[in-house]
Design a protein around this ligand. Structure first.
Ligand SMILES: NC(=O)c1ccc[n+]([C@@H]2O[C@H](COP(=O)([O-])OP(=O)(O)OC[C@H]3O[C@@H](n4cnc5c(N)ncnc54)[C@H](OP(=O)(O)O)[C@@H]3O)[C@@H](O)[C@H]2O)c1
Length: 229
């Protein structure tokens, strides 16, 4: 069993989720509220290590539409999803926001981390460290582990390398994208899904439209991932 997983991201009209320098503020206030509302509804939220290194996100629920605003004290672990970071070598800085005490955090890592015992023991003081893989993370095993820990619904918040691996393993059920009215170009700028990519269109991930709407100038697109036979 694995969590029902939604890939959520904001991208430019030309499909970039960040510029070549890593700048990634694409969406607007109303979309940020949409994302935080979605975070609140889900059990877990997962990112790749590069996203932590570039953005240092908190991955907690902080901004909600007016009618759903809670007092600061209410933002407890009950509201915040469990944060999951995919990090084979334990590269996460110990002062990362995602390791603060606002919510639980799981670091999915590989046997490679055992080479650095100090990092390993420091991390264990701040997070649940789960070893699943020789080098890269075995994402199927990780999903089973998360499910066993009560994470039945999961938001994947990037980046593009992890998103490709998750698609390749057939671990994504829905895609929700915010398209901002901006174009940045750049062959080294991250797109929604990078990784090795599929060689042929026939091998690509097929989607079924679920919903579309505007949040001011941002266009929100929601798709179901069609299961491959
Ligand atoms: N606009 C948005 O909505 C949005 C959202 C999120 C991120 N971003 C942007 O995305 C960029 C980061 O994306 P990214 O593609 O460079 O990195 P990423 O997907 O965040 O992290 C990828 C890293 O995860 C580790 N990893 C371990 N096992 C893996 C596996 N099985 N499959 C894939 N990765 C695995 C690898 O590093 P190790 O080998 O060291 O473990 C890999 O390099 C940042 O610029 C960020 O701002 C944008």
């Amino acid at each position: 069993m694995r969590p029902y997983t939604i890939l959520n991201a904001a991208m430019t009209l030309d499909g970039k989720i960040a510029t070549k320098t890593g700048s990634s503020r694409i969406s607007n206030e109303r979309d940020v509220e949409r994302v935080h509302k979605l975070r609140m509804k889900l059990d877990g939220i997962m990112v790749g290590i590069n996203t932590i290194l570039v953005d240092d996100p908190k991955l907690t629920v902080r901004k909600l539409p007016n009618e759903e605003t809670f007092t600061h004290e209410t933002f407890t672990e009950k509201i915040n999803p469990v944060r999951v970071v995919v990090d084979s070598y334990g590269r996460i800085p110990i002062n990362s926001n995602v390791l603060n005490s606002d919510a639980k955090t799981i670091i999915a890592t590989s046997n490679k981390i055992l080479k650095n015992r100090k990092t390993f023991s420091l991390l264990k003081q701040k997070a649940d460290v789960f070893i699943c893989g020789e080098k890269e993370i075995d994402l199927k095993r990780l999903m089973e582990y998360l499910y066993s820990k009560g994470i039945k619904t999961l938001m994947l918040e990037g980046g593009s390398t992890l998103s490709f691996s998750m698609f390749k393993e057939g671990l994504i059920d829905e895609v929700r994208i915010c398209i901002g009215p901006i174009i940045v170009g750049g062959s080294h700028a991250k797109t929604l899904v990078d990784g090795d990519g599929f060689a042929f269109m026939e091998s690509g991930v097929k989607l079924k439209m679920k919903n579309s709407y505007f949040l001011d100038e941002c266009l929100i697109l929601e798709y179901f991932v069609k299961k491959s036979k």
